[in-house]
Write a protein that binds this ligand. Structure first.
Ligand code: PEP
Length: 246
């Protein structure tokens, strides 16, 4: 059984005071012999938190990056700026970026290439809408997203996040997750052959301290991408313990 990965996506939350308090509550409780833990605070906190987490096993991720190294892109952050701060991971193609910023599969793919080139591990998100699942189009949607968003030679992490499960308190059922994991693995092998067997797949969407153990024990689930529950130290630590036991 390989080490699970628990990624906390703080989204647009976290003043300096909140962020320091949250990380202080995790320090000492996240240990090197447990699952890999990565927190993804907003850009504004990355620099400060880099020094706070530096002596600990907690990894630091960003929630997005640009596809270029530098240049005239007002408001954007490049992969090189992230590695410069000690960031190791970057979430790409989150449904909120796709929906609110019009990011297309192609944009996500270009960002994944740039991130990997800079030495970051991209965590690429895919997921269907509720309508797509209800109409039975979810596998087609996921198949297209994988083909479009993952570049050749992809060696990052895939996160399956059904859009209808994000922030709703309604996680996908274990059956839905298991069936989707089987589909995603087949697609990854179709696209990347042998290498597709080793790409880790996370589940995200209303993971909490109550459902984490059952979700993390589903075959091929390599960990979780956690939004809301990653903002509460106690809940996030329970999810991390569930991953240790999975
Ligand atoms: C997310 O946005 O990546 C996420 C999984 O959110 P939540 O856990 O709040 O559903």
């Amino acid at each position: 059984m390989s080490r699970q990965i628990i990624v906390g996506n703080w989204k647009m939350n976290g003043t300096t005071r909140d962020s320091q308090a949250l990380v202080q509550a995790l320090l000492g409780k996240v240990t090197a012999d447990g699952p890999e833990v990565v927190i993804c605070p907003p850009f504004t906190q990355l620099g400060l938190l880099a020094s706070t987490v530096e002596p600990s096993p907690i990894g630091l991720g960003a929630q997005d990056c640009h596809k270029e190294v530098s240049g005239a892109h007002t408001g954007d952050i490049s992969p090189a700026m992230l590695t410069d701060l000690g960031v190791s991971h970057v979430i790409l193609g989150h449904s909120e970026r796709r929906q609110e910023h019009g990011e297309l599969d192609e944009t996500v793919r270009e960002k994944a290439v740039a991130a990997a080139k800079a030495g970051l591990t991209p965590i690429v998100c895919v997921g269907e809408t509720e309508d797509q699942r209800e109409s039975g189009d979810h596998f087609d949607t996921l198949g297209w997203q994988i083909k479009g968003s993952l570049p050749d030679g992809f060696s990052g992490i895939l996160a399956y996040e059904p859009i209808w499960a994000i922030g709703t308190g309604r996680a996908a059922t274990t059956e839905e997750i298991a069936e989707t994991m089987t589909f995603l693995r087949e697609e990854l092998i179709r696209q990347f052959a042998e290498a597709g067997k080793t790409i880790k797949i996370l589940y995200g969407g209303s993971v909490n301290d109550k459902n984490a153990a059952s979700i993390l024990s589903i075959a091929d689930v390599a960990g979780a991408l956690v939004g809301g529950a990653s903002l509460k130290a106690e809940a996030f630590l329970s999810i991390i313990s569930a991953a240790s036991a999975a």
